[in-house]
Design a protein around this ligand. Structure first.
Ligand code: SF4
Length: 451
């Protein structure tokens, strides 16, 4: 059962030294209870207490790390059933399958598309994350060679190594070195051998059951053997069965604290249909309903992009506005005679405004003021986009060195601020821009610096 902040506080040394980065032990305990910081951040708690608190405050779906270092990817760590209850923590990993039965051209194409299909949206880089390498011929040599090819060809791919042979898996996992792969999979037939490989290589292990009950029996066995870092594949290969299993697993773990199902699920839309569009539809359902990882048969932009976008929407924290960094952004290669515009740092506003300026082809300077992610009018009403703040930002932004003219274009919704801003920025002319970003291209094409 989860511990309360007060229960955690009783186990802390209560030095109130702030070495954990939080001023008091009480505040630290509250954050640990809320799952916002790890108990290990306090250097003074004993290993025994760490384990006790760590277990009790662990999220019901255990977080799992793939890869290593800065490039590692986390899945799981989930604490709720619905995003509006809190937020979803770690986005579903999207992967592509390559197998030792595929031709070199098919494998190369998949690796090339893995590297190439990357998109930026609201300041976030969206891309596939994993490559599942399948030992389809049960041959250690070709499996290891394919693993090495993927390691070399896709530098930031997280690997899922799939083999029925524990010995083959051990060789391929050793080739991955520090890029810890997810091993797939422990079954009734090989659970003991796979357990040994996972322990020897220190890699997380997927359990593959023939159904949900069998999956539970296997995870119980592996938990008893000392495994913590597990993922589960319930063996479901229809959309209905996979959907039901994902929901049952998440609900049992979150609501009933049922440990044997408290792991991320790995789903294989690539094994559920031969129709690429149906496969994409299945993947989209799995992303919406709790998949830790989905594996696709191929990566194509028209299928990957909507899945990435769906994932971005689902895994965005609804309580925290998306923001872009406060800065001066140059769009279309501006010079000293180019217009200067200002707006807030709510990412949606930034991307709409910058998109319209880009589309206008008019070289421009776009100043983004930190408004804590609030939109223009909300920020103004909340006192975060006032004339004095804009003036201070303008002075420190360095825009005065970038342009010869002294004219600032403000959002149309801030028209009432014009006089105040002119007082705060002596020597600058304040021009009221359009209210809607869609009118910016026409406005900019007509724009000439004030005489
Ligand atoms: Fe308390 Fe430990 Fe943080 Fe110091 S480092 S304030 S003792 S929780």
């Amino acid at each position: 059962m989860a511990l309360t902040g007060i229960q955690i506080l009783k186990m802390l040394p209560k030095k109130n030294c702030g070495e954990c980065g939080i001023p008091t032990c009480l505040a630290f305990a509250m954050k640990v209870a809320a799952g916002q910081v790890e108990i290990g951040e306090c250097p003074y708690v004993s290993d025994e207490v760490k384990e006790q608190i760590g277990e009790a405050s662990a999220p019901p779906i255990r977080a799992l790390k793939l890869g290593s270092g800065d490039d590692a990817m986390s899945i799981g760590g989930e604490t709720c059933l619905y995003r509006h209850e809190k937020r979803f923590e770690n986005p579903t990993g999207i992967g592509v399958l390559v197998s030792t039965e595929m031709s070199d051209a098919d494998i190369d194409g998949r690796i090339e598309r893995f590297n190439k299909l990357r998109y930026e949206r609201v300041g976030v880089l969206m891309k596939a994350d994993c490559i599942a390498v399948k030992d389809a011929k049960n041959d250690a040599g070709s499996f290891k060679a394919l693993t090495e090819k993927v390691l070399a060809g896709a530098a930031d791919a997280k690997l899922i190594l799939m083999s029925e042979s524990a010995a083959n898996l051990a060789e391929a996992a050793a080739a991955c070195g520090e890029r810890k792969a997810l091993l797939y999979a422990a079954t009734d037939a090989n659970a003991d051998d796979m357990s040994k490989v996972a322990k020897d290589t220190d890699c997380p292990l997927t359990v593959k059951g023939s159904n949900l009950d069998n999956t539970v029996a296997l995870t119980e066995k592996l938990i008893a053997a000392g495994h913590k870092d597990l993922a589960i594949d319930t063996g479901a290969r229809t959309i209905r069965a996979a959907f039901e299993d994902n929901v049952v697993a998440r609900k049992s773990a979150v609501k009933d604290k049922y440990k044997p199902l408290g792991f991320s699920t790995v789903n294989f839309p690539c094994e559920m249909t031969d129709d690429p569009l149906l496969e994409a539809m299945i993947a989209s359902v799995m992303i919406a309903k709790y998949a830790g990882i989905v594996i696709l048969s191929d990566l194509q932009g028209d299928i990957l992009f909507p899945l990435l976008l769906e994932r971005l929407n689902i895994f965005t924290d609804p309580q925290r506005p998306m923001v872009v960094q406060e800065d001066v952004y140059n769009i279309n290669g501006p010079d000293e005679n180019s217009p200067v515009l200002i707006t807030c740092n709510f990412s949606l506003t930034y991307f709409i405004v910058s998109g319209e300026i880009e589309g206008s082809k008019v070289p421009s300077w776009l100043l983004i003021k930190d408004t804590e992610g609030l939109s223009v009018l909300t920020a103004w009403a909340a006192g975060k986009f006032g004339a004095d703040m804009i003036a201070t930002f303008m002075k420190k932004s360095g825009i005065e060195d970038k342009v010869k003219h002294r004219e600032l274009i403000i959002p149309g919704y801030l028209a009432s601020m014009k006089g105040e801003l002119e007082e705060e920025l002596p020597g600058w002319t304040i021009t009221i821009g359009p209210r809607e970003a869609g009118h910016l291209p026409a406005f900019l094409k007509e724009w000439k610096p004030a005489a």
